[in-house]
Write a protein that binds this ligand. Sequence first.
Ligand code: AMP
Ligand code: MN
Ligand code: MN
Length: 335
Amino acid sequence: MIINNERDPNYNEKLTNISKALTEWQGPIVIVAHVDPDGDALGSTLALKRALDSVGKNTKLLMDVPRYLDFLTNEGEISDAMETLEPNTLLAILDVSERGRVWGVSQEGIDSAAFVVNIDHHGTNDRFGDLACVSPDKAATCQMIKDMIDSSDIAWTKEIATPCLTGILTDTGNMRFANTDSSVLIAVAGLLEQGVEYAELTDRLQWRHPDYYRVLGKVMSTVDFPLNGLVATVEMTKAMKDDLGPIADDSSDYVGQIRYAEGTHIAIFFQEREDKIKASVRSRGDVSAQAVCVALGGGGHKPAAGVSFTGISFEEAKAKVLAEAKKELERHNLI
Ligand code: AMP
Ligand code: MN
Ligand code: MN
């Protein structure tokens, strides 16, 4: 797994080429993002779809939209996963660090695409595809879509700007994380000028089903501060979910609740799911969540990364992540 957190040296040129490829494409365009989609995955793909539709392109956006983001979509805008792609399909893959994390199209499906475009800001992106623009200096894939639309002939509308702003807000923690630089604030200002209803959007993005709070109560009861209190952890086991019965909420940003525990440098949320065990890792300063996850086969950004496991127990997975967290703390002489 590579880590290259540098700006794409040919950023503008590559975005222009991608924009041309998309707007000049005569066949179907299928747009996809990563598994477990977040605000940037939906925001960037939906903004791109609306932009391309406005210039007469034939697009499909494939996603299993989480309930808390569904308010952004209109009837008929989102399609299910596709078994096979139509001939002469351009596949646009957004906010996906590696091919294996694409949702909606199989690996054979990706191979069958006539042309593959990769737009992303993960330093762990392996730069796959026929045209790849990967720029980890960008706070969100939505910021790249903003730059791309700005440099094209496509006219901005509130309907394009709203999802585009969404991904910038969610990937920067509402313009608070270290990836919030002046270019982010300028992009946000530009999108607000297109008529986005800002207060309404930021409020709506925080809405969660009451079940979220029921689960939160259980999750927070597991809080622990291992490694001399330098790490904060919470967990959600299958048993905890079973106890609550069917849950209507599919958001799971519980790591966001513990990342501010004083004295900690790393926060981890361990999740036992039906098909896998997932760890969501967050860090601050020079300590790298990315390094912890990449060492275990996962990926992400320096301050926010993740890793999944299959074939090992929940306890084993936890031990592996904590061992890597310890190494990362040792690298920074914190332990
Ligand atoms: P999450 O913990 O799911 O919020 O993910 C944090 C960041 O890490 C996001 O940018 C994800 O795309 C990335 N990420 C999460 N899990 C993985 C994984 N298993 N492999 C690669 N990247 C991941
Ligand atoms: Mn994402
Ligand atoms: Mn992103």
